[in-house]
Design a protein around this ligand. Sequence first.
Ligand code: 3PG
Length: 213
Amino acid sequence: MNPILDQIAKTRVVPVIAIENAADAPALGRALLAGGLPLAEITFRTAAGEEAIRRMAAEVPEVLVGAGTVLNAAQAQAALSAGAKFIVSPGLDAETVKFCLQKNIPVFPGCATPSEMQCALNLGLTHLKFFPAQQAGGLAYLKAVSAAYTMLRFIPTGGIGPGNLREYLAFGKIIACGGSWMCQKDLICAGKWEEITRLCGEAAAIAKGWSQL
Ligand code: 3PG
């Protein structure tokens, strides 16, 4: 397995981050690390996203930093230049996928339908984001759809939290789940690093099967 994919599959929970102030990125990275989730998907949803990737990747190298909400190949290039090690998109864009494959960078396009999954498969991918997971039909829907695609593995994101994380991770075709619940904007803006660490710790414990939630 690709070492980046391997680290995502080992950590099992991908914190999805929208950050307003890139100066907060190092402290946030240390909070994720302290909570046992050395992984961050920093999205291009805010103007600070690219610089936040650069700062977290440079200043907290123990955290594997990827870019989220990457909408095109130019953004993917910007993310890679900033230090992102993987690319996540909400939807499937062939140019972005081809660009990442050419650079040998793991890319996880969001797919919610069989047609999208099949397109991604035919572009050469085996690991996809399933988005928006809960709203698209949840685990029952993913189980039904993925039955046709035995070679695909998924990172569901959207509507996942401590209440349903364990259930998702119990499905063998799911390598990890993404979510923003442990690093909400208000917590980041208020610098509530201990609370972020606590929420990450809770998620990490569920992922490791420690909690009875
Ligand atoms: C994403 O882009 O991956 C989602 O916005 C994360 O979904 P959540 O906010 O429901 O966790």
